[in-house]
Design a protein around this ligand. Structure first.
Ligand SMILES: *Cc1c(COP(=O)(O)O)cnc(C)c1O
Length: 427
């Protein structure tokens, strides 16, 4: 499969070919835990990482591998590792990068689940988040200390749609010899490819736009293969011998994508959150229509955001794709199509009006996913961001008056009509 093909072609073809055994055109779902070895030598070689091959589906599976190749191709990564959820993807990246006592600079505006995970890992495992004071590259730089091992941000922030200056933060990371990790779930590779802007590791929750239909939970870790992991005293899973693998040094044996290999060995073989082949198949199918869906998601979201901005019951809208919004310049630079379809707005009537609005919606579903073809709404302060401290909620721009929308692919007139009737009932 030629990497010269353009994006929509790769979304349909990259990483998969007609099944050599049967000619099946769709990627078969390999529902098997184990794979028969050719010989005892081959079995030993695969276990020692002296040769590649399938052995047990916790670590790799042909259907899952096709999905990994496809997402890697779309992101411009050297390799990718599929995991059982976006949450697992964030966990495995942090655990593979660091050991206890080490730290990472994190964006103050992150998905609530990531903030909660970071706080728990700090308390129980001494992996320390160092939150930047703001979203400017200089804010990230100011938070770096000698213990810092990575910088972590989102490309488009869940839930407020803020577009982050990835290239500016990547420049800071490069100056300090740190890898940049970007959770790009809200952009999908159709809107932003963070590796093109200098990211070293890209994370996805495939439960959102990549799967697209809200049917499966999954995650992905993409390795750009560019970062130099050899600095002694840090990144020891990558640059020090693994005694139980005959002294394997991951950066030496796998110089093209060592981070992905370390995630697979430690993250999947040891920790275990592999992706089911059924979920990989559904996600592969979803990705085939990703570029088409993202164009419509952006167009519908822009229309809804513009409508809300002019509505008398609405206090503010956070959608930097509209003229005059904070962050407009970054949004136009990174995502000319529009900053996705997840954004927040606030009602003049505060929390009671926000809750009444959500209860009054009929077409738009009240549920906690985002990035699927159906339009969705939630009240983050009492749900997704509930476990956070008030100051963390404020930093994430989630107040009691805030509603999060994820605009789907219905006819936009029908979405607007439902929102208008719910606003009328909420007033
Ligand atoms: C949903 C989400 C996650 C977590 O993914 P799950 O698949 O729900 O575990 C991580 N990061 C972001 C930005 C998300 O939106």
């Amino acid at each position: 499969m030629s990497s010269a093909h353009r994006f929509a072609t790769q979304a349909i073809h990259a990483g998969a070919a007609p099944d050599p055994a049967t000619g099946a055109r769709a990627t078969p779902i390999y529902f098997t835990n184990g794979f028969v070895f050719d010989s005892t030598e081959q079995a030993a070689d695969i276990f020692a990482m002296r040769r590649t091959g399938f052995s047990y589906s916790r670590g790799s599976n042909p259907t899952v591998a096709a999905l990994e190749r496809r997402v890697a191709a779309l992101e411009g990564a050297k390799a990718a590792v599929a995991v059982s959820s976006g949450q697992s993807a964030v966990l495995l990246v942090l655990m593979t990068l660091m050991r206890s006592g080490e730290a990472y600079v994190a964006s103050p505006r992150l998905f609530g689940g990531s903030l909660g995970l970071m706080r728990r890992l700090d308390g129980r495992y001494d992996l320390k988040p160092q939150f930047a004071a703001g979203l400017d590259p200089a804010d990230f730089e100011a938070a770096i200390t000698p213990e810092t091992r990575a910088i972590v941000c989102e490309s488009i922030v869940n839930p407020c749609a803020t577009v982050v200056d990835i290239a500016g933060i990547a420049e800071v990371a490069r100056r300090h010899g740190l890898p940049l990790v970007v959770d790009s779930t809200l952009a999908s590779p159709a809107l932003i490819r963070p590796i093109e802007h200098g990211a070293d590791i890209v994370i996805h929750s495939t439960s959102k736009f990549l799967g697209g239909s809200g049917q499966t939970i999954g995650g992905m870790i993409c390795d750009a293969g560019r970062f130099d992991w050899t600095r002694p005293g840090r990144y020891n899973l990558l640059n020090e011998p693994w005694p139980d693998y005959d002294g394997l040094v991951v950066t030496e044996r796998f110089p093209d994508f060592p981070f992905a290999v370390a995630c697979r060995l430690f993250g999947l073989r040891d920790l275990g959150p592999g992706l089911s082949p059924m979920n990989a198949f559904l996600t592969l199918t979803g990705i085939e229509t990703l570029p088409l869906r993202m164009a419509r998601h952006c167009a519908n979201a822009r229309a809804v955001a513009a409508h809300l901005k002019d509505h008398p019951a609405v206090e503010w809208v956070s959608y930097p794709g509209l003229p005059g919004q904070p962050g407009e310049e970054l949004a136009n630079r990174y995502v000319p199509q529009g900053p996705g379809s997840i954004f927040t707005f606030a009602l003049k009537g505060g929390e009671p009006a926000a809750l009444r609005f959500i209860a009054a919606l009929e077409l738009v579903s009240h549920l906690v996913n985002i990035g699927e073809i159906k339009s969705l709404a939630i009240h983050p302060a009492t749900t997704t961001h509930r476990q956070l401290r008030p100051e963390e909620r404020a930093a994430a721009m989630v107040g009691p008056e805030t509603v999060r929308l994820s605009i789907g692919l219905e006819n936009v007139e029908d979405i607007l009509a439902d929102i208008d009737q719910a606003l009328a009932q909420a007033a």
